[in-house]
Design a protein around this ligand. Structure first.
Ligand code: PLP
Length: 484
């Protein structure tokens, strides 16, 4: 490990050389507030500091420098034009209290951008209206299920359950439980889709909603989805579409056309906001006509002569779920992404994302196990189960091996329903050269596992840290340097 800047410090080595003070100390400072000892700051020259931080920055792993098979769920490539527009003064420096004080005249441009965004999202999803304010995918889910709760309450429906397939994202059952529903989990069939027969056994008039992650967490599209929607609706259960990963279906299918009542999207995943490491998000929720009256504030309206304005609260609205308008700059970036790509461009995004994932699957299927032998959507799932049984080389070992070759590790041990899972999402922007390179390194790892499994203990060899204690790193992470 390289030394910290404190360890590189040398007494008396200064970065600046100021002339001697020629005025007396400012008289107003309260002496009690001053420190009695000098702060223990590192002492280095300007050049030492520049070199230190430049070298540190080179240790970063980023989408701008290397292949990142975690895909849109974590960090897909975001075109730089979105950042440029997001940084424009008129957008970035808008004062949020214009909203609080209801001063639409000071934010016509921003309100217009929100209105266009809502219209574009309606067109993309086939829904009738959107709330843009939820600040993350999980926040959108909670909003969506609250809307469903409000809908049933107004109709006097007695509802207790939310059905969730076991291949759904973990936030789905968590959301249902948080909004005070009981969760019924339905297992997947051998093709990785929710088992329609098992679903028929648990659906009843007490079911409030069926939450489906589409494509599901094994990267597959459920061919029985329309039938599931029809059956649910017979019981006045509403269909919830977790559209956090729209990368696979953008411009190809629309949740509203299939029969879904509510959908949330993760703008920070599909539509260009770098969010790896917990950055800002936006999880707008789209609804069909029968749920519009329950939408949270704030919503943008437009009238000729009046311009853009903030709509009044509808009597049955669930109220506010975010301060101000949520993460506006994430929405703005999404709008720029959509407008610069256009309809054809967005269709192309999905086709390429799906093609790239299937290409990876086809290249690797002779080397790793394939839990579901079918075409995938925007990501593919493989497994190292056989490799592990035979040679004791695990998914984790392969992931560590890849790090030495300038590759970020793919998602591993997820989805939970696949043993020794390796999940790969190349995204639409990777070209064939980088995907071929990645696949070749996975194949090399598999070959090495067969010839010399012991070798894996040493990977990665080229990084500052080799094998961390995974449990300790997760449970008691300590990244703070402390002075003795
Ligand atoms: C990421 C994700 C979520 C949660 O989104 P956050 O913005 O992280 O809260 C929900 N569902 C699916 C399918 C996801 O991929």
């Amino acid at each position: 490990m390289s030394a910290t800047i404190f360890e590189k410090s040398h007494l008396g080595r200064a970065g600046i050389n100021l002339p001697k003070q020629q005025v007396s100390d400012a008289p107003t400072l309260n002496r009690e507030l001053l420190r009695s000892e000098k702060a223990k700051l590192p002492e280095l020259s300007e050049f030492d500091v520049v070199r230190h931080f430049t070298n540190l920055s080179k240790k970063n792993f980023s989408i701008d420098s290397n292949f990142y098979p975690l895909g849109s769920c974590t960090m897909k490539y975001n075109p730089k034009v979105e950042e440029r527009v997001g940084a424009l003064d008129g957008f970035a420096n808008l004062h949020p209290h214009h909203i609080t004080n209801n001063k639409p005249e000071f934010m016509q441009g921003a309100l217009e951008s929100l209105k266009i965004l809502e219209d574009d999202l309606k067109e993309i999803t086939g829904m009738d209206a959107f709330t843009l304010t939820p600040e993350a995918g999980a926040h959108g889910e909670m909003t969506g299920i609250m809307l469903i709760g409000a809908y049933h309450k107004k109709r006097g429906n007695k509802k207790r359950y939310v059905i969730v397939p076991d291949s759904s994202h973990g936030t789905n059952p968590a959301t249902a439980a948080m909004v005070d529903f009981e969760v019924i989990t339905v297992k997947s069939d051998k093709n990785g889709a929710m088992d329609v027969e098992a679903f028929k056994e648990v659906i009843s008039d007490e079911v409030a909603a069926v939450m489906m992650t589409v494509p599901n967490t094994v990267g597959l599209f459920n061919p029985g989805i329309k039938e599931i929607c029809d059956i649910a609706h017979e019981h006045d259960a509403l269909m919830y579409y977790d559209g956090a990963n729209l990368n696979a279906i953008l411009g190809l299918i629309r949740p509203g056309d299939i029969g879904f009542d509510v959908v949330h999207l993760n703008l920070h995943k599909t539509f260009a906001t770098p969010h790896g490491g917990g950055g800002p998000g936006a999880g707008p929720v789209g609804v069909r006509e029968h749920l519009v009256e329950f939408l949270p504030q704030l919503r943008v309206g437009y009238e000729d002569g009046k311009g853009y304005f903030l709509k009044d609260k509808s009597p049955d609205s669930i109220g506010r779920i975010s301060p101000f308008f949520g993460n506006y700059l994430v929405m703005l970036r999404a709008l720029v992404y959509m407008q610069t790509l256009g309809r054809e461009g967005m269709i192309n995004v999905s086709k390429k994302a799906v093609l790239n994932a299937n290409y990876v699957l086809a290249k690797l299927k002779d080397y790793l196990d394939v839990p579901y032998d079918t075409f995938c959507m925007h990501e593919c799932v493989l497994s190292a189960e056989s490799l592990y049984k035979k040679y004791h080389v695990s998914t984790l070992d392969i992931a560590k091996y890849l790090l030495d070759f300038g590759l970020h590790a793919p998602t591993i041990y997820f989805p939970l329903i696949v043993h020794e899972a390796i999940m790969i999402e190349p995204t639409e922007t990777e070209n064939i050269d980088s995907i071929d390179y990645f696949c070749q390194k996975v194949i090399d790892a598999v070959e090495l596992a067969k010839s010399n499994p012991e070798a894996f203990k040493e990977f990665p060899k080229t990084l500052p840290i080799s094998r961390a204690d995974e449990t300790k790193a997760a449970r008691s992470l300590n990244i703070r340097w402390q002075q003795d």
